[in-house]
Write a protein that binds this ligand. Structure first.
Ligand SMILES: CC(C)(COP(=O)(O)OP(=O)(O)OC[C@H]1O[C@@H](n2cnc3c(N)ncnc32)[C@H](O)[C@@H]1OP(=O)(O)O)[C@@H](O)C(=O)NCCC(=O)NCCS
Length: 296
């Protein structure tokens, strides 16, 4: 394996390697060490979609990572910044972020989803435009259906719908995420809301972490988002379900809570030079649930 750089930290000597070369088993051990629920398969999804670097100690353990995905030519999503607990608060996190910025120098903007522990680091590097995101999770218990009735028909997503889904996602976030959709589509189930022969909202759902995650969900209104998410909640009754939603979506959050999920944590969407995930039209489709915290 090729060495990209070296860092001496206290008693540690770390070697920086291409994250694609270190193996999902070691990456999984790293994320478990900080209490994250990612499976090796979740790491593999990210490795298929992005690039990154891994800090490796003298005996070959992965003790730090950072990854990035390109959403179009001028936008990079940073994710999976992790350092093992025994290494934390010694400068390794900042060092990995500096490398990630350097290696993506031509990119005009960076976005990420910050945990509470990492927010101070990102703020000190100039990240701002903060948007609070609620991580809701728990045992799905289909119950109350807050929100009004919606016009149109909710039906399962079909293969030929993916162009429409991509268009909606682009309108909601401002980025071309076709690579993400190509990767997630085969392992997701989906429901779409069709009104006047046009798909106007959708919700995908796939295996992730301890169970399944509902996301991405894109809709112009929270009622529409609830309508397309409801079948996923019913399909996973009694099992672990998660959705990450911007805190401004009060009705959608109430729907999740009424159906067995609780607010487990709060994270923050941040951008370096501009707000991340901006709808193309203010009244148009927007992101109601993230694909995941890493993917936005
Ligand atoms: C967040 C994380 C990557 C920081 O890594 P690190 O190796 O401790 O980073 P550094 O030593 O370079 O510290 C960077 C800054 O964050 C601060 N910081 C580190 N841990 C912190 C914590 N638990 N709470 C508040 N601030 C913290 C440091 O004090 C430092 O700030 P300063 O430069 O102003 O003194 C690490 O704590 C971690 O892996 N946490 C669990 C996973 C996670 O939340 N990752 C972030 C994904 S967005």
């Amino acid at each position: 394996m090729e060495t990209i750089a070296r860092l001496h930290l206290d008693t540690f000597e770390l070697t920086l390697r291409d994250i694609q070369d270190v193996g999902t088993e070691k990456l999984h051990a790293l994320s478990v060490s900080v209490g994250w629920s990612h499976r090796e398969g979740d790491w593999q999804t990210l490795l298929d979609l992005g690039q990154g670097i891994a800090a490796v100690d003298e005996i070959g353990r992965v003790v730090g990572t950072v990854m990035w995905l390109h959403y179009g030519p001028d936008h990079t999503m940073i994710c999976m910044l992790i350092t093992v607990p025994r290494l934390q608060e010694q400068g390794a996190g900042r060092w990995l972020m500096d490398r990630a910025h350097e290696l993506n120098g031509a990119t005009t903007n960076f976005t990420l989803t910050a945990t509470r522990e990492a927010r101070r680091l990102y703020r000190s590097m100039g990240y701002g435009y903060e948007q609070k995101v609620l991580q809701c999770q728990g045992q799905s218990a289909p119950g109350d259906r807050p929100g009004g009735r919606v016009e149109g028909i909710v039906r399962p997503v079909r293969f030929e719908d993916y162009e429409s889904l991509l268009r909606l996602d682009h309108a909601a976030n401002g980025y071309d995420r076709s690579a993400v959709f190509r990767r997630l589509a085969p392992e997701s189930t989906g429901h779409a809301l069709v009104r006047n022969d046009e798909i106007i909202a959708f919700a995908l759902c796939r295996r992730f972490g301890r169970g399944h995650v509902i996301g991405p969900v894109v809709a112009a209104t929270e009622d529409d988002a609830i309508a397309v998410s409801l079948p996923h909640v019913a399909a996973h009754a009694g099992s672990f379900l998660r959705a990450d939603t911007p805190a401004s979506n009060t009705a959608f959050t109430n729907f999740l809570v009424a159906n067995g999920m609780q607010i487990h944590d709060t994270v923050t969407s941040m951008g370096l030079k501009s707000a991340s995930f901006k709808p193309v039209k203010p009244e148009g489709p927007r992101r109601i649930a993230l694909a995941s915290q890493a993917l936005g």
